[in-house]
Design a protein around this ligand. Structure first.
Ligand code: S3P
Length: 442
């Protein structure tokens, strides 16, 4: 009932620097939302620049199972929307793979459908908390049950119901929680309002507004009224800053690195990594700034610099939560003590990222310590080569590959197949920038 993955290992050789120009694939968060909201729109939408990673493919497969026709044509994905009320009951369990965004946002949509559906995922996703979404949805009248067979096997049963709007104050700053409630709110009677402790990424709000939803935003609150129809329309998806992050960090390390990354999404709810690198002494040159579907994009240029430590806490955390592992790579090269705090959410990502980062980075000879809500790194460190493990977490795997390429000796990183979930082009683009690695079997 859950997805199977092949284990693949990679040997990374030392590099002096990274050099060149790349265009990272489409933003994962925006890609999920573009498929979901286009599927629920009235008419055909053409999506360009979409991420073709496994997480997004899981979302596509789920909507196909519910009767939505989705065609791949050259560089476009053509989604034939069925309208808000046109989904069909899925015959089988919907497999969300490794993707928290797929599961949580779909729970919001499915809660309001006139049928029963079941959702599952891989071992990692089946361990992640879903009550944070189920609890507010139940307040709206949803019927959601968690059926657990073991720690890694779970099915979420959603029996669709008529919903009512709520005024929900979320204990966590989570775009997945916020988006699930807003999506359910499209179908509810009355207004739906979500307030977060800090602002999380706002791609759902931007896309919903483009699709004709009257949405009011005030500080960390967003409010919407139910709607009869979402407007179909073409969407051009910006490059993913969370993928660019690996080469932004890789590009400021080494000697003589010079990296240009084209068409990167500059949504302010996502650019915390840029603020942190600037605070560490990196100059980031932004060119060709444009608007793309209500989101700003830019070409970024970065080069080797000596780094200094920084403090990362508070409102910036949701703006860089997925980038913390690779920020730790930068911090391990920086002079002084870097602290990350207010980031307990790291424990419930694709792995417990406080634990996995501390374990793997300690094995690289980096001075790092776990905190209840973050990490402390003392730099600079003389990173050693060795054998490291991704823990099945794509962002840990890519961070380890970047760190290992600046070690003096070759390293083996186990189980890097998970990188396919968010960045299938990572391997070819890393090589294009001059990194040296090869696949190894055991
Ligand atoms: C995401 C929101 C974030 C982020 C995740 C993608 C989204 O999760 O970490 O990778 O697409 O809404 P939370 O909502 O759990 O913070």
């Amino acid at each position: 009932m859950s997805s199977q993955k092949k284990i693949k290992n990679i040997q990374v050789y030392p590099s002096a620097n990274l050099k060149g120009s790349i265009q990272v694939p489409g933003d994962k968060s925006i890609s999920h939302r573009a498929i979901m909201l286009s599927a629920l729109s009235q008419g055909t939408s053409r999506l360009t620049g979409l991420l073709m990673g496994e997480d997004v493919k899981a979302t596509m497969a789920c909507f196909r199972q519910m009767g939505v026709k989705i065609e791949k044509k050259d560089q476009e994905l053509v989604v034939h929307g069925v309208g808000l009320h046109g989904l069909k009951a899925p015959a089988q369990v919907l497999d969300c793979g490794n993707s928290g965004t797929t599961m949580r946002l779909m729970m919001g949509i499915l809660a309001a459908q006139p049928f029963i559906s079941r959702l599952t995922g891989d071992a990692s996703l089946n361990k992640r908390p879903m009550e944070r979404v189920a609890a507010p949805l139940r307040k709206m009248g949803a019927n959601i049950e968690e059926l657990r067979a073991s720690e890694t096997e779970r099915v979420i049963k959603v029996s669709g119901q008529p919903l009512r709007g709520i005024d929900y104050v979320s204990p966590v700053a989570s775009a997945q929680v916020k988006s699930a409630i807003l999506l359910a709110g499209l179908y509810a009677s009355g207004k739906t309002k979500v307030t977060e402790p800090m602002a999380s990424r706002d791609h759902s709000e931007i896309m919903l507004q483009h699709k004709g939803v009257a949405l009011t935003r005030q500080e960390n609150s967003v409010e919407l009224n139910p709607i009869k129809t979402l407007l179909a329309g073409d969407i051009k998806i910006p490059g993913d800053i969370s993928s660019a992050a690996f080469f932004l960090v890789g590009g400021c390390l080494g000697e003589g690195s010079q990296v240009q990354i084209l068409n990167v999404g500059m949504n302010p709810t996502r650019t915390g990594i840029l603020d942190v690198l600037e605070a560490m002494g990196v100059e980031i040159v932004k060119n060709n700034i444009q608007q793309q579907g209500g989101e700003e994009v830019a070409d970024l240029f970065i080069q080797s610099t000596s780094l200094t430590s920084t403090q990362i806490s508070g409102e910036i955390i949701p703006r860089l939560i997925d980038e913390v592992p690779v920020i730790c790579v930068a911090a391990s090269h920086a002079q002084g003590k870097t602290e990350v705090r207010d980031a307990a959410e790291l424990k419930v990502k694709e792995s417990d990222r406080i634990a996995t980062v501390v374990q793997e980075f300690s094995n690289m000879n980096i001075q790092i310590r776990a905190l209840e809500d973050g990490l402390i790194i003392q730099g600079p460190n003389k990173i050693t080569g060795g054998e490291f493990h991704s823990h099945g977490d794509h962002r840990i795997a890519m961070s380890l590959m970047i760190a290992a390429s600046y070690a003096p000796k070759p390293s083996i990183i186990h189980d890097v197949q998970c990188i396919q979930t968010s960045y299938p082009e990572f391997f070819s683009q890393f090589r294009q920038l001059g990194a040296k690695f090869e696949w190894v079997d055991f």
